[in-house]
Write a protein of this length. Structure first.
Length: 361
């Protein structure tokens, strides 16, 4: 039992595991805190800046009053008014990443292809607000996507009837979750998806039984008492190592090669330079995602790598979907992290473009 708990704790933790010209558009501010921010003079993304788009920083509040910070990307030929509105896509992920990493890369690429895109930092992470820091929630983080739709649907340059969402890794599960609730979302795509409830409650490949899960809950609830006494939230102790021993599972080495090296490191990313709170899994275990995935009526594209350790999350989620407007697309020879950045050349951007153009008409 002790060995199983150690493996489970490691599994859970590992899942945690240029000046830009301002677009000449009208940014609406209907609620206090929904504003455009000044863009800094230093390009702080892990990907190169495109000369085909404009980028500006914006902020808006979700339904819980938490201020989210995002990067808005627009094609350089974006309309200046409501006469020719754009389809829009809100993007988030990976789990434990920030908008300067994978979500920003996806957003910039899709903006080059004609969409207004919004890559945001989820609540409690990156530049977004929320206390305590480095905690996740199946409810609040799903709501973050709806807040992004709130923002996009109120911009003059966006067609509010043509908004989609795209979630990467753990935010793929959040994207599907919100698509089952938010009827304004007309198309949902996921890339290299994790179902965070499934992995936190059941471990990888559903290896955790009820007894082991109860022991996990006991440990985390004991930690809650300790956190209250200490007046602060303890971080998880099982995170990506600072150096590799070579004995780690292959997928852990792949995560490390992204988050801990210049390839993907960012100082604000939980997986690069911090740790999730030790009690983060509690709400995911108790309030599972995707309970109503079968009720999603809008189009869904589920994308995953053929050789990804996490492939079964997408396959399991896809089995819950109904209708002939749902597609599971497996990228040949790709691992989980291959779909994080340009290095592998395997992100199927043509497929994402085709999907969103067909369903955000």
């Amino acid at each position: 039992m002790k060995q199983l708990l150690t493996i489970t704790a490691m599994s859970v933790s590992l899942t945690f595991a240029s000046a830009s010209a301002l677009a000449q558009v009208s940014i609406h501010s209907n609620l206090e805190g929904n504003t455009m921010q000044t863009v800094g003079t230093q390009w702080d993304k892990i990907f190169p800046k495109s000369d085909q788009v404009t980028q500006q920083k914006v902020q808006f509040k979700n339904r819980f009053g938490i201020t989210l910070v995002a990067d808005l990307y627009l094609p350089k030929n974006a309309p200046k008014n409501a006469k020719a509105r754009l389809p829009a896509i809100a993007v988030a992920g990976a789990f434990g990443a920030v908008k300067e990493q994978s979500s920003g890369l996806y957003a910039q690429e899709l903006a080059q292809r004609g969409f207004a895109t919004l890559a945001f930092d989820p609540s409690f992470t990156g530049e977004s607000g929320g206390e305590p820091r480095n905690v996740a929630s199946p409810d609040i983080n799903s709501e973050d996507f709806s807040a992004a739709v709130d923002f996009l649907s109120n911009q003059d340059f966006v067609d509010a009837e043509r908004i989609g969402v795209l979630g990467i890794c753990g935010w793929g599960g959040m994207a599907l979750n919100v698509a089952s609730m938010d009827t304004r979302i007309k198309a949902t795509a996921t890339s290299t998806m994790y179902d965070m409830s499934q992995v936190m409650a059941n471990g990888y490949n559903n290896s955790v039984d009820e007894a082991a899960r109860y022991a996990m809950l006991q440990a985390m609830n004991s930690q809650r008492s300790s956190d209250f006494k200490a007046g602060e939230f303890a971080p998880s102790s099982n995170n990506l190592p600072e150096t590799l021993s070579g004995q780690e599972p292959q997928f852990v080495q792949e995560y490390w090669a992204f988050y801990k090296t210049p390839r993907g490191f960012h100082p604000r990313a939980v997986n690069s330079n911090a740790a999730w709170t030790a009690t983060t899994p509690l709400s995911f275990i108790n309030m599972p995602l995707l309970q109503r995935a079968g009720e999603i009526q809008s189009a869904v594209l589920v994308v995953h790598g053929e050789n990804a350790h996490s492939r079964y999350f997408s396959e399991d989620a896809f089995k819950k979907l109904k209708g002939d407007n749902k597609e599971l697309y497996i990228v040949p020879n790709a691992t989980h992290v291959d779909l994080y950045d340009y290095q592998s050349g395997k992100i199927p951007f043509d497929k994402f473009e085709q999907f969103f153009k067909a369903n955000l008409q």
